[in-house]
Design a protein around this ligand. Structure first.
Ligand SMILES: CC(C)(COP(=O)(O)OP(=O)(O)OC[C@H]1O[C@@H](n2cnc3c(N)ncnc32)[C@H](O)[C@@H]1OP(=O)(O)O)[C@@H](O)C(=O)NCCC(=O)NCCS
Length: 208
């Protein structure tokens, strides 16, 4: 714990936060560790895990502000099926000239991300249908471990419930044991999703 980690505040997302959120996403994007320099296309993580959410559902995005910038966030959708439809028809087509769709089976993390970018329908798993919302949460290391994750999760749960979602799911890298401990502590239970390589899924009610 650091005093600077506590010296921050939680507020709704604003459009001016976008670059900070892309930065947080990259700096926590390697199973919770820093992914800076690990991708040839550095914006790819943010274009998958930040941009579409804050554009389509900004009311479900909240940030931790510390030192004059956003240092953590939670964001997501209340309706994964509708989100996937919008992502396919509106979001992904904008990037045709930026990201080449992968040919053949993915051979790297970057190619796996490109498959995810071009096949958002992979988010629609029958085992997750009872958990229509989903979320992403990331906080820079100096602000971890002092309660901001719990507070972000609580505001997201309330906002998703108000938006009509009775339950929420999330995916986490199997390697990211620390985040799994956090999710279990916050009342999430594992959801068995066969064939989800390298990922584990958790879910819970949005009621608290
Ligand atoms: C995962 C993450 C969002 C958690 O946020 P955080 O601010 O560090 O967590 P908090 O300090 O709010 O902890 C909340 C509770 O979870 C508990 N907790 C946190 N990590 C835990 C762990 N690994 N095992 C068990 N409990 C844990 C805390 O003790 C605390 O319990 P309490 O509120 O009952 O006292 C944050 O550490 C992070 O961004 N990590 C890097 C990026 C990442 O992995 N994101 C998730 C990708 S799927």
């Amino acid at each position: 714990m650091t005093s600077s980690g506590r010296d921050a505040s939680l507020r709704p997302y604003r459009a001016g936060d976008l670059a900070d959120l892309y930065d947080v996403c990259t700096r926590t994007g390697d199973s919770g560790d820093d992914a800076t320099g690990k991708l040839a296309q550095p914006e790819l993580l943010g274009d998958i895990f930040v941009g579409p959410y804050v554009e389509r559902e900004p009311g479900l995005a909240f940030v931790i502000e510390g030192g004059g910038r956003a240092v953590g966030y939670v964001l997501g959708t209340a309706d994964t099926q509708a989100f996937v439809g919008w992502y396919s028809s509106v979001w992904a087509p904008r990037f045709g000239a930026v990201y080449a769709p992968p040919k053949g089976p993915p051979r790297s993390t970057e190619e796996q991300l490109l498959v995810r970018f071009y096949h958002p329908e992979q988010m629609l798993r029958p085992e997750l249908a009872g958990y229509p919302a989903h979320l992403h949460i990331d906080i820079l290391p100096p602000y971890q471990g002092v309660g901001w994750g719990r507070r972000l999760m609580e505001v997201f749960l309330d906002a998703a419930a108000a938006a009509g979602a009775p339950a929420v799911h999330l995916g986490v890298a199997a390697l990211n044991e620390s985040a799994q401990g956090f999710y279990k502590r916050l009342g999430f239970h594992p959801i068995d999703v066969p064939g989800a390589e390298g990922a584990l899924f958790f879910g819970r009610s949005t009621s608290r």
